[in-house]
Design a protein around this ligand. Structure first.
Ligand SMILES: NC(=O)c1ccc[n+]([C@@H]2O[C@H](COP(=O)([O-])OP(=O)(O)OC[C@H]3O[C@@H](n4cnc5c(N)ncnc54)[C@H](OP(=O)(O)O)[C@@H]3O)[C@@H](O)[C@H]2O)c1
Length: 306
């Protein structure tokens, strides 16, 4: 596999003063495990939206060198493009890639996961006992273990697309044979991409419906807010900037103060003012239950994928 050139840069992440309330990562305070420290060699099978985000995040943060990473895609032409873009070895041979890895990241569509694990198992590419980290929505660790036909350490992870700019939210959960070390290793993959937390696997479909699908819900809200401004005469570009910064600022206020959104909402809501007038209308339109039901529906759909 051909290796291209890559530019590395390191970025310090500012710590908020309320990190204790909403720690960015569960391992904070006990010393982070790192890819390099653990001597991991990582194969990312599926360098699409999410697989690329992981590779770029690790390289950008200096958590991994190009030699620590390799990956695959389906199409040969795409392999060349990805290799040139990321500066890592990229091919189309999952078996060859997996054989060399201590951690195999499955960043494939859910319906490809079972067949690829079976392909690896049949070729003996899992005989050295690598850990598997799967991003696939809805695919249970027990299903992956069954596809492998052996007791493999499997970690299920659910990131989201803001991971591309280091503002993602990832939840990791351990399969039956995954240890704390396996969770540490999985966490190290996602830490450069934003916040990471751990939950039991029973919650993963709900996580998919909330933080996995959630960016799409927020984009619809952003579009609607901006259109309200356009409706009242704001230039579209300005309206979108106002909406996006407002959503970002409000969300960060929740994370950085640890205060309940209802309390922060009350601060904006002057008696007999314009905000309460609008809130009444949003309640009439059932905005609150529509959003909550959206998460419920996405979680239900995620469960059916498995
Ligand atoms: N996108 C999200 O917001 C999001 C969020 C959380 C979790 N996830 C999960 O992440 C996984 C990947 O999603 P995505 O959005 O990154 O998908 P994507 O952009 O469509 O990427 C899929 C990649 O898999 C490659 N591929 C397909 N079949 C393959 C095979 N047999 N062997 C090796 N590579 C193969 C494709 O190669 P080609 O480019 O050559 O076709 C492509 O690079 C999914 O399971 C999804 O549930 C996604």
């Amino acid at each position: 596999m051909e290796v291209g050139l890559v530019v590395l840069c390191c970025r310090e992440r500012p710590r908020s003063r309320t990190d204790e309330r909403f720690p960015r990562n569960p391992s904070e305070g006990r010393g982070w495990a790192t890819i390099r420290g653990m001597g991991q060699k990582i194969a990312i099978l599926g360098l699409g939206t999410m697989g690329r985000a992981i590779a770029q995040g690790l390289l950008r943060a200096g958590e991994a060198t190009p030699a620590d990473l390799m990956g695959t895609v389906k199409h040969g032409r795409r392999a060349e493009e990805r290799s040139a873009e990321l500066g890592i070895a990229v091919g189309t041979d999952n078996v060859a890639c997996a054989r060399e890895a201590t951690t195999i990241v499955l960043a494939l569509k859910p319906y490809h996961v079972g067949e690829v694990i079976q392909e690896l198992a049949a070729a003996g590419a899992l005989d050295h006992g690598p850990r598997i980290v799967s991003l696939a929505a809805g695919v249970r660790t027990s299903t992956m273990e069954a596809s492998a036909g052996r007791d493999l350490p499997v970690v299920r992870a659910m990131p989201n697309t803001p991971a591309r700019i280091g503002e993602g939210m990832t939840v990791v959960s351990a399969g039956a044979h995954a240890t704390d070390e396996d969770l540490d290793a999985a966490e190290a993959l996602f830490r450069p991409l934003g916040r990471v937390t751990r939950l039991d696997e029973e919650h993963m479909d709900t996580v998919t419906g909330l933080s996995g699908s959630g960016p799409a819900f927020v984009y619809v809200m952003l579009e609607a807010l901006a259109e309200g401004g356009v409706m009242m005469g704001l230039p579209r570009k300005v309206a979108l900037e106002l909406a996006a910064q407002t959503v970002q600022g409000a969300a960060r206020l929740v994370l950085e103060t640890g205060r309940h959104p209802a309390e922060l909402k009350d601060e904006v809501t002057t008696p007999a003012g314009c905000t309460i007038a609008a809130l009444m209308m949003l309640e009439d339109g059932k905005l609150r239950s529509v959003l909550a039901r959206g998460v419920q529906e996405a979680a239900r759909a995620a469960k059916e994928l498995g």
